[in-house]
Design a protein around this ligand. Sequence first.
Ligand code: ZN
Length: 200
Amino acid sequence: MVTLKIVQVGDPVLRQAARPLTADEIRSDHTQRLFALMRDTMRDTPGVGLAAPQIGEGVQLVVIEDRPEYMVSLAPERLAEREREPVPFHVLANPVLTVLDTSPRLFFEGCLSLSGFGALTPRAAAVRVTALNEHAQPVEIKARGWYARILQHEIDHLHGTIYIDRMLPRSFMVDTAYRKHWANRPVSDICLALGLHAPE
Ligand code: ZN
C-alpha cells in the first residue's frame, strides 16, 4: 500500500486557505488517485479524517471514515457521551459547513499533523455540510456528536485552522499522559482536575 507523508504543524500549507476544485478537476484521474492515497494514508495512520493540506495539497478535499474497531478501547458510556457511531468512508470536495446547534461539546481531540498530542476542544453539537462527492455530485450531510466534530475539524483544515486555535490550552498534553490519566474519565471530572470550567 502506498501512503503519503503527513505534513506536520509549522508547514505553511497548514495555515493557508485551500482552493476549491472544479467538477472536471474532481473527476480527473489525478484527483481520483489522490482520494485513494488519502484514504490509504488515513487508514494506515490510523485516523478518522484527513484534509488535503495535511498531505501538502492546498485544495478543498477531505476524506472521513470512523470504523467500529477504532471504538473498542472506549467504554460504552464514553462512546455514548461523545455520540460516537461508525461513519463509512466518504469523500467531500468544496465543503461548506453551517452550524445547526451551537451548544458546546467538549472532548479531547488530536490531529495527525500534531502527532502525539491532544487537548480538550469545544465543538458545535450539530452541523450541516454541503459539498460535492467523488463524482462531483452535490451532497448534503446533517451530523451530530462525534461525526459533527470530525467534519468541523477537517473543514477547519481547509481554512488554515488547527484544533490548537480552538482548544482549552490548560488541557494540552501528550498522548501517553492522556492514556495514563484521562482517557476513560468523564469530561466533568477532567475539567475539575485541570482547573477548567465544566461545559454547560
Ligand atoms: Zn487535523
